[in-house]
Design a protein. Structure first.
Length: 427
């Protein structure tokens, strides 16, 4: 493939994808700062209700993943994300205007619904533009919007809460998504053949390469058949457990740090950002070597196992040494994020394009369900036990099981593909 194509795609599309996903992540993750800085007190919200509100986003996120992916695959990711940007930006802004808990319940659920299309739609879009040997890195640059956003959001949100209060924090951080929607609409194309910034030869070379990759994949008729395949079921269970650890961590890290003696909200913001610096470094490293070696499995399960061990070690140390316990939490956070690029490169390599988007959406929806469970149960355990030890054990166990399921799922997929290859040779 012409090298100029690769450069054009990386410099043109990746920054757009990164900013879009960053804005989505900003408007879902800043609730943790609102909860830690006055929202719960002002609206008279109990610890259990606050946990449910933090988790309710993921329930809305769970239900609409597959319909969103189906629309993106069959019609247009560009259109779907345009309207989603406007809707979630307005809902995030309205969070700063609520005066009662009932309305906040509606907003958090609705925010999950409109953001549910973003991840699968973006993965579908990138699979239309990047080849097999590039996909782990492309996915990683997209998902980097997650830790990179939490990194700067943790610092900025701390200062915003300190200077203008939690209400204005939500309003100021919600409006950029609405403005970005119109930039997105102007710049993005669903398929290479629609892009005016590529030559005719570049378009045909890229689409020929993508079509060629589909030849070695076993045909799958529809979503129903894809969803019943053993690798998809195992990866769905794996991502459910993995997401318990990730979102239990993301939602409640500010509260965990804030509970330390003499800790103010600005310092909490700075310390909350540290795990995401490590996450960015590890994500880039894992995706680079995953694409270079074309080995996905080796860059997923070991990091999840490291995360599990770090959580357990932090539990064992407890509150006796804050800085050592915090360092272990940093390691756990970085390790949990590292495998995202390689993980989401697995599905397009084992399923054909007509069902890969739906399968990724199903897996991502199970992740959303795991995120709901993680955000709610971690918050509940923290409130019920008056400490964080029980939630550390819960997250460690979930990550350990997800590491085991990763090995099982990839090995199952390899056996299936080798059987399919043997059948083609014998035919």
């Amino acid at each position: 493939m012409n090298q100029s194509i690769a450069k054009k795609r990386w410099f043109y599309l990746i920054p757009i994808a990164f900013i879009t996903y960053s804005l989505a992540y900003l408007d879902r993750a800043n609730y943790g700062f609102g909860a830690a800085s006055g929202l719960a007190k002002d609206l008279d919200i109990t610890a259990a209700t606050s946990s449910l509100l933090g988790a309710l986003f993921f329930l809305g996120y769970f239900f609409f993943q597959v319909p969103g992916a189906a629309y993106a695959e069959k019609k247009s990711a560009k259109v779907l994300i345009f309207w989603s940007l406007i809707a979630w930006g307005l809902l995030a802004t309205f969070t700063g205007m609520v005066t009662n808990v009932k309305l906040l319940f509606v907003i958090r659920f609705a925010l999950g619904v409109v953001e549910s299309a973003v991840m699968p739609s973006m993965l579908v879009l990138l699979s239309n533009w990047f080849t097999k040997k590039e996909r782990s890195r492309a996915n990683t640059f997209l998902i980097l919007g997650n830790p990179a956003t939490v990194l700067w959001m943790s610092i900025v949100s701390g200062y915003l809460v300190e200077s203008v209060g939690w209400r204005w924090m939500f309003i100021i951080e919600g409006l950029p998504a609405v403005l970005w929607a119109f930039i997105w609409w102007k710049l993005v194309n669903d398929k290479p053949r629609e892009a005016k910034w590529l030559t005719d030869k570049e378009k045909s070379d890229l689409e020929m390469q993508l079509a060629k990759e589909q030849e070695g994949i076993k045909p799958v008729k529809n979503y129903g058949e894809a969803f019943k395949s053993k690798p998809v079921i195992l990866l769905s269970a794996q991502y459910f457990l993995w997401s318990i650890g990730v979102y239990g961590f993301v939602m409640w890290l500010p509260s965990i740090i804030k509970a330390a003696p003499n800790m103010d909200i600005v310092t909490t913001g700075w310390l909350s950002s540290v795990p995401y610096i490590l996450a960015i470094v590890l994500m880039l490293t894992a995706s680079y070597f995953s694409d270079k070696t074309m080995n996905r499995n080796a860059f997923v399960w070991p990091f999840l196992l490291i995360g599990a061990i770090a959580f357990y070690a932090s539990y064992m140390i407890g509150t006796s040494n804050f800085w050592l316990s915090f360092t272990l939490l940093v390691i756990a956070g970085g390790a949990m994020y590292a495998p995202y690029g390689p993980f989401f490169a697995i599905i397009p390599e084992i399923l054909p394009r007509n069902v890969a988007g739906g399968a990724m959406a199903l897996i991502n929806s199970m992740g959303a369900l795991g995120s709901f469970v993680g955000a709610y149960i971690v918050g509940y355990l923290n409130g019920a036990t008056g400490g964080f030890g029980a939630s550390y054990i819960f997250m460690a166990g979930s990550l350990f099981l997800s590491a085991i399921l990763t090995i099982w799922a990839v090995n199952t997929a390899k056996k299936g593909s080798s059987k399919s290859a043997d059948m083609k040779v014998s035919a």
